[in-house]
Design a protein. Sequence first.
Length: 330
Amino acid sequence: MMEAREVSVSGRSSAGRTAPGRSGSKGRAAGRGTAMRRGAAKQRSAKRRSKSASAGLGLSRSKRKSASGRPALSLPASQGSLSVIISARNEERTLPKLLDQVERLKPQEIIVVLNGCSDRSFQRTRLCAQASIVYIPESAGHDVGRSLGAKLSRGDILLFLDGDMVISAGQLSSFVAAVDRGVDVALNDLDPLLPPFGLSDAVTRCKLYLNQVLGRPDLGASSMTAVPHALSRRALEQIGYRELMVPPRALALSIMGRLRVEKAGGVNVIKQNRLRQGNTGMGNAMEQLIAGDHAEALVCVIAEQRSNGQLSAENLLEHRRQIAAWRNAL
């Protein structure tokens, strides 16, 4: 409730009392006093309604204020322990900002895998007291970094990030919450950001095709190749940390192993993706790597289907018809 202030207006106080040395109508003063009390009651009622609405939305405000001076939203606490795994190469500018957001999630541990860094990423990461640093002198790639971080992790929930993308704690919390409520593989939904199939790049088409072959067209272009994504401890133990070095294969094993795989949030990492020499231009090295990873995943799927007797001539013809219908509809 707002603090009442005594302000004299025409010789009378705002509380409705007649000021000393002035004459005034007691009836008018009493009327104004009643109006003030009614106004204050309305303010209290509105405040209670506002609190109730916030509670209904599952939001709570902490007493700690943000840098802007507004009360900060407190993030929902997870039941399982959280391990955050960040793979980075020469990200001294963005790593501190990302670590600030990650700390808001209150993780059990933060594992930062620095591979092939020649800048001050190591020194900047050391400023985060909770971060455990794994330093690899030569660049091993993000996927190897995630695999290594997963092997060292202890949490029930594993959240994977790249050091070049600063993503807010609020956005990251949706992936943590998804695994906390039973999802095994929580993926980033990029579909609203992508062009039609005819205008899509080779990487996007690989992702779409793999999910279609796996019988999960609902996943669209969602993939473990993209961050952020999160895994349950059960998923990690079932597919194995080594499989994370080939993300499409790990996704295929998750789906074929009947793990619960879902989209968990939509974070625009396309806009934030740092352009490097190896990921720009037609047929760049990163594109070839990801296409090769999807080919490896398809080999795994075909082997599984052959062992289950799903590759009969009749089944293959029906599958070809379904793929053609799906492609032409896009």
